[in-house]
Design a protein around this ligand. Structure first.
Ligand SMILES: *[C@@H]1O[C@H](CO)[C@@H](O)[C@H](O)[C@H]1NC(C)=O
Length: 200
């Protein structure tokens, strides 16, 4: 009897040890390994396939501000815009892997994207809609141009002022005006005319 109970308790200890081993080491390691296999981008892995080509297309929605009073704007009116959309596209991405670094930590690739118009999802909008938008390139150009012109004029005005201040006759004239009208008023006037100049 003692003999049997010893064996049974020994088996109990063994099973407990085995359970502990499985529960704490074997299974977690296996799970980690499985997870790793699935997320690491290695040649031929599941994740690699997903990386190279998205399994399903992404939905790409475009909203556009349509200018509704283009004619009037050309005569100086403020633009009135209407948001239209979505124009829905399916975006497909495919990567061409060029190079894996030796340790597998870096990957270089080029990506092709192509968009397909989704007519159903976009209805009632179609690809042949007439849309009027601001000319972005022209607008950017005009903004830069305006800034440059302001700078040029400012530089010119500064130089002119400098010159005038150094011209003897002008100084006397200014001083005279100061005396006649009071300094503050003259300054105010000068300021005003300067501002006007900048506004051109
Ligand atoms: C956009 O605005 C123009 C007028 O500028 C109009 O003719 C056109 O129908 C509008 N497009 C849409 C899709 O509403």
């Amino acid at each position: 009897m003692i003999h049997w109970s010893l064996i049974v308790s020994f088996m109990g200890v063994l099973v407990a040890a085995l359970g502990a081993y499985c529960g704490w080491f074997l299974f977690p390691n296996m799970v980690d390994k499985k997870v790793e296999e699935n997320v690491i981008i290695a040649d031929g892995s599941e994740q690699y396939k997903r990386f190279v080509q998205l399994p399903q297309p992404l939905t790409f929605k475009v909203y556009i501000f349509n200018v509704t009073n283009a004619q009037r704007i050309q005569q100086g009116a403020i633009p009135i815009v209407e948001e239209i959309g979505p124009y829905v596209y399916r975006q497909y991405r495919r990567k061409k892997v060029k190079h894996f670094s030796r340790d597998g930590s870096k990957i270089s690739y080029v990506q092709d994207q192509h968009f397909e118009f989704d007519e159903e999802a976009s209805a009632p909008y179609t690809q042949s809609d007439r849309i009027v938008v601001l000319n972005m390139h022209m607008n950017a150009f005009l903004q830069v141009f305006e800034r440059e012109i302001t700078d040029i004029f400012q530089g010119f005005a500064n130089r002119l002022n400098h010159r005038l201040n150094r011209t003897p006759g002008v100084r006397v004239l200014k001083r005279l005006m100061d005396r006649i009208r009071g300094k503050r008023k003259v300054n105010f006037l000068l300021l005003k005319s300067k501002q006007k100049f900048y506004e051109i």
